[in-house]
Design a binder for this molecule. Structure first.
Ligand code: SF4
Length: 484
């Protein structure tokens, strides 16, 4: 049977869907995304995760997720809400678009999803995991959370009841009905705007521009925290005219205080022959945006560049210093004013998180094993997945490897007995070489190189045979198989 037609285990159980209408001929029409798929009995929609079963629309991905992963809020192109906050990232399966350069195609395009990548969670488990680790923000991210609508609503509602914040990182090709339901539970929208050219949308993303703009304006007008990012793909949407058009739309329809992020592309999926975006083009796009009147404009997926810092737009002071995914709010008051000129700035801060209160059993240094991971070329972050057979809760410690900060501790992550947990570590200074992960007896480590932020890798470093620091292994395999 061709792989496209194979029924994977994860597709077997279903959950009732919302936002659809039934038609007399037995078909159903889904109203979640502007695609408005009409689905015949036994078939699936464009996203392959919403199906017609007996004249009713069901979801195939309720509670089905990639491994939950602890990251920082900067991963999500969100720089003005709780800078430096830890987030629990949740990604699922499927997408209402199919961008030719997708960085998460192994999960966004359901036909490539392998059962081994699918984890099963209940809303209660997700919320409990965030609470027990003292994480304040749940991020709905990666492939695209639009097609996880029912699970997002149920979990985000529960999360809110426990005082947590919900972040929705999305291409936001969603109907206004869908956006309206999200407004009840989501606090932050980080919108990935692919281009301001309708033809580009149609040709490269298989979506449409106008519904994305409408939905973004809709949530902004309802008082939600909105940040806009645009992945600048080399020679495709990285011109000065593109940056100007995007900036003018943000200024006209949203606000000069909405942060704009220009993000560097890495070759992936069907765009493996396209080079990484030259940093000078990202810098030029930022200059254009600032000249147009955008107050806060950032570059993403670049290191050692001052355009990752936040500056007070009135006096020029650095108010948040960033390196990679690490943020230090150095110039903000508790009221989000600039410490130097006291003008109010467009930041939202969260109170310090409660300590998790876990019963952590210390292990002497002499019993810890060290695993080194070195950065190579443009790959400067890693997902570390730990699983524990230990009888008690222990901590995994991450330290800087090399450079002036060699040995400095940058992270401590508790691992409960029997648990599997993923978290990110990234380059933290110009001269560090990598990280050392110190684990107690009974705790096992796997590592996955992260090519860029919000990229969910599925190959461990041990599975990597090629050595490209620009194109992930899976995309090279796809190209080798002639399927890209
Ligand atoms: S979410 Fe969009 S792509 Fe999926 S079935 Fe509904 S209308 Fe179609």
């Amino acid at each position: 049977m061709p792989k496209d037609q194979k029924q994977w285990d994860w597709q077997q159980d279903t959950h009732p869907a919302v936002l659809y209408s039934s038609r007399p001929d037995g078909t159903v029409q889904c109203h979640l995304s502007p695609r408005n798929c009409v689905i015949r009995p036994g078939s699936v929609g464009f996203c392959r995760v919403r199906a017609n079963r007996g004249g009713e629309l069901v979801t195939l991905n309720y509670g089905k997720s990639v491994a939950m992963t602890e990251e920082t809020i900067e991963t999500e192109a969100c720089y003005h809400y709780a800078p430096g906050a830890r987030i629990l990232s949740m990604g699922n399966i499927g997408c209402m678009m199919n961008c030719d350069y997708c960085h998460n195609w192994q999960t966004s395009q359901a036909r490539y999803v392998e059962d081994r990548s699918v984890h099963y969670y209940t809303p209660e488990q997700v919320v409990e995991s965030a609470l027990e680790r003292g994480i304040q923000v749940i991020s709905w991210t990666y492939n695209d959370p639009v097609v996880w609508h029912e699970f997002v609503l149920d979990t985000a509602r529960l999360a809110r009841q426990h005082g947590l914040v919900n972040l929705f990182k999305s291409a936001f090709y969603i109907s206004l009905e869908g956006a309206k339901e999200l407004c009840d539970v989501i606090d932050i929208f980080s919108i990935s705007l692919k281009s301001m050219d309708p033809t580009f949308y149609k040709r490269v993303t298989k979506g449409q521009l106008q519904p994305v703009l409408d939905a973004t304006k809709y949530v902004f007008d309802r008082g939600k925290h909105v940040e806009v990012s645009s992945l600048l793909v080399t020679d495709a949407n990285d011109s000065e005219a593109d940056a100007r058009k995007l900036s003018r739309w943000v200024l006209d329809e949203l606000s000069p205080d909405v942060p704009v992020h220009f993000v560097r592309f890495h070759p992936d999926y069907k765009y493996t022959q396209v080079d990484r975006t030259p940093v000078e083009r990202l810098e030029r796009a930022r200059e254009v945006a600032l000249a147009e009147g955008i107050r806060y404009c950032y570059l993403g997926n670049v290191y050692d560049n001052e355009a990752t810092n936040s500056f007070c737009p009135y006096c020029g002071t650095v108010v948040v210093e960033r390196y990679g995914l690490i943020a230090r709010p150095v110039g903000l008051t508790e009221e989000s004013n600039c410490r130097t000129c006291d003008r109010p700035l467009a930041f939202q801060l969260l109170p310090k998180p409660q300590t998790a209160g876990l019963n952590i059993v210390e292990v002497p240094d002499s019993d810890l094993s060290g695993t080194d991971h070195e950065w190579r070329g443009d790959v400067k972050a890693v997902h570390i997945e730990v699983s524990s057979e230990a009888p008690a809760t222990h901590e995994v410690i991450v330290r800087v490897l090399g450079g002036a900060s060699n040995g400095r501790e940058i992270k401590r992550v508790p691992v409960m007995p029997g648990a599997q947990y993923r978290f990110i570590a990234c380059k933290s200074a110009t001269d560090d070489r990598g990280v050392t992960i110190q684990t107690p007896p009974g705790v096992h480590v796997s590592m996955y190189e992260v090519y860029d932020r919000a990229h969910f890798p599925t190959d461990t470093v041990l599975q990597i045979k090629h050595s490209s620091d620009a194109v992930p292994e899976a995309a090279l395999r796809l190209r080798g198989a002639g399927r890209a």
